[in-house]
Write a protein that binds this ligand. Structure first.
Ligand code: PRP
Ligand code: URA
Length: 234
C-alpha cells in the first residue's frame, strides 16, 4: 500500500499479481456475471476460483487496509508462555456507510472484518444524462459524528456521488479526518475532484484507472458495477 504520488491521503493497494489476477477476472466481459458475485463457474484449479468470491476478496483487501488507518493505543498482554506482548487496541468506534446501490456490495467484506459494525445507507443515483448525483434517501447512525466512518462505494468516476455522500456526513457533524472512503476502482479525475474538495478525507482504493469516457464511465473500468452485481441488465 502506498500513498498516491499525486495526492496525500490517497492510498492505492500494492499492485501484486494476486490483485491483478482478481481484476483480470472481474473486468473480463466474457466472464459470466457470476465472476463478480459468486465464484461458482471459475476453475476450481485456481486459487481465485475455488473458495473465494472474487469481488469479495478484493473488497476484503480494501477493508483491511482501511482499518489500518484507524487510531490505536498501546496495549500489553501476557501470553500463555507467561511472556509480555506489546500490542495495540483500536481507539474509538466505527460505522460503515454504503452508497446505494453498488456500495452495498462492500458491506459483507466490512462485516467479515467487524462482525457487529453498524451500517448506515445513503441512496445516491447518478443521472445518466447529466452525470450529476441525486440524493434520494439517507438513514445513518444517530451518533455518527462520534464515530469513524468507512464510506463504501466501489466506483469513483467523476466523484460527484462520493462528494454528495461526504456532504451528507459533514452535515451530520463528521469531520473530514473521521471519514475513510473505501473504493474498488478510481479514476484520476474522481480522485482529483474529491481530494481538492475534501483534502483531509482518506481514500483507500484498489486501483487507479486511466480515465473517463464521454459518458463519465471509468476506462478500462468494468462497466456499470451496480447493474452487473445486481443483475439488472441482460
Ligand atoms: C455508480 C457508482 C457510484 C457512481 C460513480 O452508481 O456506484 O456511486 O456511479 O460515479 P460518479 O463518481 O461519477 O458519481 P450509480 O449512480 O450508477 O448507481 P448504482 O449504484 O445503482 O449502480
Ligand atoms: N458507475 C459505474 O458503475 N461505473 C462507472 O464506470 C462509472 C459509474
Amino acid at each position: 500500500m502506498s500513498a498516491s504520488d499525486n495526492h496525500k491521503n490517497v492510498y492505492v493497494l500494492n499492485q501484486t499479481n494476486q490483485l491483478k489476477g482478481l481484476f483480470t477476472i472481474i473486468r473480463d466481459r466474457t466472464k459470466p456475471r457470476v465472476s463478480i458475485y459468486l465464484d461458482a463457474e471459475l476453475s476450481s484449479d485456481t486459487y481465485s476460483g475455488n473458495d473465494y468470491a472474487v469481488n469479495d476478496t478484493i473488497i476484503r483487501l480494501i477493508v483491511e487496509e482501511g482499518l489500518n488507518h484507524l487510531p490505536v493505543s498501546p496495549a500489553q498482554v501476557t501470553t500463555a508462555q507467561n511472556v509480555k506482548f506489546d500490542g495495540v487496541v483500536f481507539d474509538g468506534r466505527i460505522c460503515g456507510v454504503s452508497i446505494m446501490r453498488a456500495g452495498e456490495s462492500m458491506e459483507q467484506g466490512l462485516r467479515d472484518c467487524c462482525r457487529s459494525v453498524r451500517i448506515g445507507k445513503i441512496l445516491i443515483q447518478r443521472d445518466e444524462e447529466s452525470q450529476e448525483p441525486v440524493l434520494h434517501y439517507k438513514k445513518l447512525p444517530e451518533d455518527i459524528a462520534d464515530r469513524y466512518v468507512l464510506l463504501l462505494d466501489p466506483m469513483l468516476a467523476t466523484g460527484g456521488s462520493a462528494m454528495c455522500a461526504m456532504d451528507v456526513l459533514i452535515g451530520m457533524g463528521c469531520k473530514q479526518e473521521q471519514i475513510i472512503f473505501l473504493n474498488v476502482i478510481a479514476s484520476p479525475e474522481g480522485l482529483y475532484n474529491v481530494h481538492q474538495r475534501f483534502p483531509k478525507i482518506r481514500i483507500v482504493t484498489a486501483v487507479v484507472d486511466e480515465g473517463l469516457d464521454s459518458k463519465g464511465y471509468i476506462t478500462p473500468g468494468l462497466g456499470d458495477f451496480g447493474d452487473i452485481y445486481f443483475g439488472t441488465k441482460a
